[in-house]
Design a protein. Structure first.
Length: 182
């Protein structure tokens, strides 16, 4: 008897699909990214003309264009198309390095007091925005705070994003624990 192996990337990217499918129609399209961006900005009280808002929108637009490119131009993506396109875009950095650009733009939005760190309250807002509030949600903060200082630095946040995209651990790495629950 053989056991099917689990594809960690497919599991994690499927969770992202669920978070990005903001209208729950079973597809991800540009309107879903726009709704997510609008939520970030509204929750943080950031105007669309703010440089942080423009950077976040630009990063999501670039990611979206890369997903479309890797999905052969479909205007909306099914779960399977999204997973395949995200997998391809994560390794093809010839046009846009999503793991370097997007997490920095998100961090800048979350860091509401601009101190280059995310505190527990700022992190709780992220979880709320992504619909990832669970009883153990703040344990994710502790896992991402790898130096134990009670704050998530930019470096810890970016490292967690990288681990989520590239790592194989579904349960213990900071990226899988934090972003894997979205």
């Amino acid at each position: 008897m053989t056991t099917a192996s689990i594809d960690p990337a497919a599991v994690k990217y499927g969770r992202l699909f669920d978070a990005f499918d903001t209208d729950g129609d079973g597809y991800v399209e540009w309107a879903d990214y726009q709704r997510l961006t609008d939520r970030y900005l509204s929750d943080q009280g950031i105007g669309k003309d703010d440089r942080r808002a423009r950077a976040l929108t630009a990063c999501y637009q670039m990611l979206w264009m890369e997903l479309l490119r890797h999905a052969d131009g479909a205007e909306r993506l099914t779960r399977e198309q999204f997973i395949a396109a995200l997998r391809a875009a994560s390794f093809d950095t010839s046009r846009f390095n999503m793991i370097e650009g997007l997490p920095h733009a998100v961090f800048d939005i979350l860091d509401s007091d601009c101190d280059n760190e995310i505190d527990r309250n700022e992190f709780a807002q992220l979880l709320k925005r992504l619909g990832a509030e669970t009883p153990d949600a703040m344990e994710r903060f502790t896992v991402m705070d790898t130096d134990g200082d009670g704050r998530i630095s930019r470096q810890e946040f970016i490292r967690s994003a990288r681990e989520f995209i590239y790592g194989h651990d579904l349960q213990h790495s900071p990226g899988s624990v934090a972003f894997g629950a979205v």
